[in-house]
Design a binder for this molecule. Sequence first.
Ligand code: NAP
Length: 304
Amino acid sequence: MRVVVTGGGGFLGSHLVEQLRQRGDDPFVARRADYDLTRWDDAERLFRDAQPELVFHLAAEVGGIGANRANPGRYWYANLMMGAHVLELSRLNGVGKVVTAGTVCAYPKFTPVPFSEDDLWNGYPEETNAPYGIAKKSVLVGAQSYRAQYGTNAIFLLPANLYGPRDNFDLQTSHVIPALIRKMVAAEDEVVLWGDGSPTREFLYVDDCAEGLLLAADRYDGAEPVNLGTSEEISIRDLAELVAELTGFGGEIVWDASMPNGQPRRSLDVSRAKQLFGFEARTSLRDGLARTIEWYRASLPVAR
Ligand SMILES: NC(=O)c1ccc[n+]([C@@H]2O[C@H](COP(=O)([O-])OP(=O)(O)OC[C@H]3O[C@@H](n4cnc5c(N)ncnc54)[C@H](OP(=O)(O)O)[C@@H]3O)[C@@H](O)[C@H]2O)c1
């Protein structure tokens, strides 16, 4: 089967490409330098060059709270346009299946925990990531509408916050786990962290997420969005202590409460993924963090 992975050179994409290759596929890895998917002409050329039968649409402009606050317009525009182009070109080219990565940032700010897919539309997302989350949510509406009108087999998955080897460790744009690891590996006396440590998050190891994408591609052909996660919730404070333990950081953790916390709580109801395509995450947070830290130390100083 001819498989295209947009964002295939990125964090999640590179792990998915690895798993596709392990099972004998030879995916076409679409890179931004060759195909800027916010541009119609480039996107059209990608579909012409690759003639895909299956598309994993993972390309996105993403980042942590800081990057979202600095780029609300760009994140809204880029993620909306890329999603729209991929759907429309999949329709025009009769692509057999499109697997789209949404985001937990699409959920309303005060969603009851654990987040059920049925609550996705019951409120406005947390302000700092709303432009990104809403752009992605709009792609879900596109996928459902294209399925209804044109029979396009587009599915939409909502991964929890990801972490793992090859994550983005650039402190300007990184998510919380790589930021913690980088700061704690580098510092001796103290690290300053954003917020007050009270928010909770759920973290999915990147290889588990890639496995979930593959299972969904193989087994799920429905219109409803599906969470991919672990259902294990941890506070940022406890996470920081766990990363400190695993990195051997013995200094002080200082909370800068003048910086934003982000969404108060995040944890996913993962029953739909299990029921519809048999997905269950296998990697514990402790094991996944240990592997990520090991990779980061081995990659220094070339890690992003
Ligand atoms: N990381 C998370 O915690 C998380 C959680 C939930 C959902 N997701 C979703 O998972 C997907 C992958 O995220 P990630 O963390 O792996 O991000 P990532 O490492 O930044 O990868 C995204 C890739 O998108 C590509 N891209 C960006 N702008 C593009 C453009 N204009 N045209 C073509 N390609 C473009 C980049 O490709 P190049 O490398 O070629 O420049 C980049 O590598 C995204 O859809 C994201 O929304 C991520």
